[in-house]
Write a protein of this length. Sequence first.
Length: 331
Amino acid sequence: MARARSSDDAIGTIGADHGQTEQVGFLLVDQFSMLAFASAVEPLRSANRMSGRRLYDWRIFSPDGGPVRASNGIPVVPDTAVTAVDRLPTLYVVAGIDGHGFEDKRTFACLRRLARRGCRMGAICTGSHVLAKAGLLDGYRATIHWEDLPAFAEAHPDVTVTHDIFEIDRNRLTCSGGTAGLDMMLHVIAVSHGQALAAQISDQFIHQQIRTPESGQRPTVQSRLGVSDPKLIAAVAAMESHLESPLPMAVIAKRAGLSTRQLERAFRRQFGRGPLRYYHELRLNQARLLLMQGENSVLSVAMATGFTSASHFSRRYRAYFNRSPREERAR
């Protein structure tokens, strides 16, 4: 088991004055993303090393003090339960593929208590689900991994949801997961200790460019699909931005500057299937992501991906994936 770094400091007084050393906590939720966690904690370690000073100290928590297993199967032994913490300057909640399903009233109450006592609250990857369920993102801008964005926005209408890789709104910090935590932490380090130190850390990690918050979460259509034809890129972009209310092929062709016959030929040449089938598969794959999050009804998923009824959606889903939407959710 990986074990969190220990300390002689009493956990209950972790927010006490330690000179220039900033105390940071990480609450790991079962099935958390190891990559997202490492991307957030490693910049702090590197900041200490590159500066030659103890700028940051960190502690690892779990909801009950027991080991937490990452989504890759590696267990991490925390320092203690988060409920044992009295005060803390900053706490990041790190979740992963099951973040939407986290339900623990004691943890939610603990997070609210820490927030009332001035703790700056952050979330990494799907940790935004946890903060939002605790009521700590209402009235704030926040982001989350792109897979979870539609369901998260629907479940939490009082949160202003953005597509940015990270979002800092007053004393709330959220990031989309993956390597986005690295960019967010580099930003935090730059604000506290200067851009030069952040650049040194970025260089150490062979991270060629520190991304700004508004950087897109996903690569462009061109880089994702290996497509160079700007008209084809425009057609795919139109499809991806209209999954809930599908556009007619004539409209997509017009936006791409093509005739419907030219659009058909271009898709078959590039993707081996026509634009209608390609669009249909996009919507079904988006539906699968929504079903895997487990909080939306089959009907709401059908509506969110442009299908006219739950029965029509279920037939189409089974034909494509060889299992029903309910079976997908059960998996």
